[in-house]
Write a protein that binds this ligand. Structure first.
Ligand code: ADP
Length: 275
């Protein structure tokens, strides 16, 4: 495989979930983490999952990543059943999970280990390309412990992007960062989404973050974990975190979220399709 084809933008992916349910049984009892999730996500769509803790957002992301395989229902990417993790779907977590014994370049190269067709020089080119894309040009040989939290998450993002996945799965990737750093990353992630055309699933607690980034925001409710409501966000991009129209869309979703948090109000299952 040539370097140019490796760096080309691959077609994004469609995701289809039909009747997905997941139960966890522990010593303390059984939790219905997800109940009858029906969802279609379009090519290149940026979809955010929001909702209180424990409503199954991460579990759903893990099912798409095939990190969680024991569930009922059907999960497909591009018409193909999801049965195992693949290079077409990479995951980025809240904790950066970088290897402290490797430098920045080494960490991104690690994400390219499973690309046997590339020469060592090509791997380095690919890793440098993604480090530049996330704004870390010139930091190739920095040690991980020398980096700020935001820079570590940028390395983690470069590592997730380097295998050139068609789907990027992000689980609260910015939750531990300060507000200023997060806002910079919102801008950068929107640029990367526009340039690399990935399908992105993004889990967050932060409604404003979801509205800033998503084409759609799916609001989850707990016990059992369900999609309570979907909100399309049709505001122009790039979106600024402090934009007034965005704040007002976020307030609308927060209003709905409060009805979930209020005791005694239940949710309903719905079938959600792409735009
Ligand atoms: P969220 O991401 O919305 O916070 P999760 O998907 O992490 O929610 O969890 C949904 C529910 O499933 C929670 O009640 C959680 O405690 C439970 N759960 C998640 N993973 C496990 C696990 N490995 N074992 C037992 N229960 C789990």
């Amino acid at each position: 495989m040539s370097l140019a084809s490796e760096l080309a933008v691959p077609p994004p992916s469609k995701i289809r979930l039909v009747g997905v349910s997941k139960k966890f049984t522990t010593k303390r009892g059984t939790v219905q983490a997800l109940d009858d999730i029906n969802l279609e996500i379009g090519d290149g769509e940026f979809v955010c999952f929001v909702g209180p803790s424990g409503c199954g957002k991460s579990t759903l992301l893990r099912i798409v990543a095939a990190l969680e395989r024991n569930f009922t229902g059907m999960a497909e990417v591009n018409g193909k059943m999801i049965t195992e993790p693949g290079r077409d779907r990479t995951v980025m977590f809240q904790e950066h999970a970088l290897f402290p014994w490797l430098d920045v370049l080494g960490n991104v190269l690690f994400g390219l280990k499973l690309k046997p067709d590339l020469s060592n020089n090509d791997r380095i080119e690919v890793a440098r390309y993604y480090l530049k894309l996330v704004g870390l040009d010139g930091f190739e040989h920095a040690n991980i412990h020398e980096l700020s939290g935001g820079m570590k998450q940028r390395v983690a993002l470069a590592r997730a992007l380097a295998p050139n996945p068609r789907v990027l799965l992000m689980d609260e990737p910015f939750a531990s960062l300060d507000a200023m750093t997060r806002e910079q990353l919102y801008g950068d992630l929107q640029k990367i989404h526009a340039a690399r055309k990935k399908t992105i699933l993004f889990v967050t607690h932060n409604v404003r973050e979801a509205v800033c980034l998503g084409d759609r925001v799916l609001l989850f409710s707990p016990r059992p974990g369900r999609i309570r409501k979907e909100f399309k966000v049709e505001l122009p991009r790039p979106r600024e975190f402090n934009d007034v129209a965005m704040a007002s869309r976020a307030a609308e979703i927060t209003g709905e979220l409060k009805t979930i948090l209020a005791p005694g109000i239940g949710g309903s299952t719905s079938t959600i399709r792409p735009r």
